[in-house]
Structure formats: structure tokens, C-alpha cells
Design a protein around this ligand. Structure first.
Ligand code: 13P
Length: 255
């Protein structure tokens, strides 16, 4: 496979957390980054709830921290009460949108087809689609992890994938918010499988440059080990991204 060196991405998924006052965490993160002795060798992103996008866009100006959104409707506009489109997220300051998170797949019954349509909507708006994949504990216990993740990837992936417009996030469902993580060896196997399946879909060259993030109970204490795993190009962080000090601790794996 071609030489690959994608720039790592550490993205914080705030989920349904954060009110107006949370802007101070962004300011605190920016101060920690400023004071750091080196410049992190990764891109840094925070995906707050949609209500904070505009405020965060303003607060992040000049800090190098990018802002992303958490989900979108497949259409650009229309009669969809309560929904938000990718174009709207972009207008509010988002550079990327997380789609297919297991909480969306579980809480809202989102299928691979819908996830693919959402990723296409993100691309059409000129945004990066961060497409999430991951097996449940039952699937893991059945030794079905590679099959499940491979099938989610194949069926959630839009046609026009480039290394610039798509990021894959492997998030085992059983590792999210539980404090449990797969072993480094398990992560290595799944990420290698994702890279291989990606190459079958989009060709070696693009596949070698698409970033594959690991997510699920990433903390400052395990970030160095997880981020060092082959084919891990960064992290998608939930709980530990809410506090600037913890998030910075994870980013420090790239300092
Ligand atoms: P935690 O880091 O809280 O386990 O959440 C991971 C996640 O779901 C990020 O999208």
C-alpha cells in the first residue's frame, strides 16, 4: 500500500452537553495550547451541541481549534421540524459533521443507508463527514467485530470519498462512556481491517490518506498508548473532551 502519513485529528464530541457558560472551557483549552512548549502535530476540533456552534466559532477564532457539528438532516432545507441541515451547520461555523454515531444508530434507528445519505449531505455542503462505526458487546462476543465494522463501512460510505472530505471513527459501542477500551492489539486489528476495506472501496491511494480515529473511553491516561497504534490517526473523544485540562491531556499525545 502507498506511503501514508495523514495528519492526526483529535476531535471532541460534546454530545448533548454544554450550555453558554461552556465557552470558558474553549478559552481554557486555547490557553493550554498557547502555553504548550510545542505545537501539537494534530488537528484539534470541538463538536458542541448545535446551539453553541456560532458562539464557539467566534471564541475559536485565531486559536487553530476547528468547530464541528454532531448530526444533520439529509436535505438542505424543507419541512422537517426540529431538524438542522448540513448547510445550516456550515453557516453556523462547522467544518465537519459527525454522522452515524452509535447513539444516533441506537436512539434513532439510523441505518447505514441513512448514514450514507447524511455523509453525502455533509459533502454537498463542503463539510468533512466523520463517519462512525463500531460493534456492540454481543457482536464482539460473537467474534463478529470485523464483519460488522466492515459491513457498516461499506454501506455507510458515500461515493465521492476523498482523504480531505471523509474521516472514519471506530468506536466500539461497549467502550463508549464505560471506561473500558479494547487492547492496543485489538484496535490495531480493527483499524487495519478498516484500512483494507476502505482500499477496496476507494483505492489504495485515497484509503492510505483517510484518517481513521479511535473513540471510546479515550483519556489522558491511555491516549499515548492508543494513539501510537498503527493506523490510528487520532481520537474521537466524548466525556474527556468536556474539560479543557483532560482534552489537552489527550492532545498532548501529539506534543
Ligand atoms: P467517551 O469518550 O465518553 O467514551 O465517548 C466516546 C464517543 O462516543 C465519542 O463520539
Amino acid at each position: 500500500m502507498a506511503q501514508r502519513k495523514p495528519r492526526a485529528l483529535v476531535a471532541g464530541n460534546w454530545k448533548m452537553n454544554g450550555l453558554k457558560g461552556s465557552r470558558k472551557e474553549l478559552a481554557a483549552l486555547s490557553r493550554l495550547l498557547e502555553r504548550a512548549s510545542g505545537k501539537p502535530a494534530c488537528e484539534i476540533m470541538i463538536c458542541p451541541p448545535a446551539t453553541l456552534l456560532m458562539a464557539f466559532r467566534e471564541a475559536a477564532k485565531g486559536t487553530g481549534i476547528k468547530i464541528g457539528a454532531q448530526d444533520c438532516h439529509v436535505s438542505e432545507s424543507g419541512a422537517h421540524t426540529g431538524d438542522l441541515s448540513a448547510v445550516m451547520m456550515k453557516d453556523a461555523g462547522a467544518k465537519a459533521i459527525i454522522v452515524g454515531h452509535s447513539e444516533r444508530r441506537a436512539d434513532h434507528g439510523e441505518s447505514n443507508n441513512l448514514v450514507r445519505a447524511k455523509a453525502e449531505a455533509a459533502h454537498a455542503a463542503g463539510l468533512v463527514a466523520i463517519i462512525c462505526l463500531g460493534e456492540t458487546i454481543e457482536e464482539r462476543n460473537d467474534n463478529a467485530t470485523l464483519r460488522v465494522v466492515g459491513s457498516q463501512l461499506k454501506n455507510s460510505l458515500p461515493d465521492a470519498v476523498t482523504a480531505a472530505n471523509t474521516v472514519i471513527a471506530y468506536e466500539p459501542v461497549w467502550a463508549i462512556g464505560t471506561g473500558l477500551t479494547p487492547t492496543a492489539d485489538d484496535v490495531k486489528k480493527v483499524h487495519a481491517h478498516i484500512r483494507k476495506r476502505l482500499a477496496a472501496e476507494v483505492g489504495d491511494e485515497v484509503a492510505s490518506r483517510v484518517r481513521i480515529l479511535y473513540g471510546g473511553s479515550v483519556k489522558p491516561s491511555n491516549a499515548v498508548e492508543l494513539m501510537a497504534v498503527e493506523n490510528v490517526d487520532g481520537a474521537l473523544v466524548g466525556g474527556a473532551s468536556l474539560q479543557a485540562a483532560d482534552f489537552f491531556g489527550i492532545i498532548s499525545a501529539y506534543l
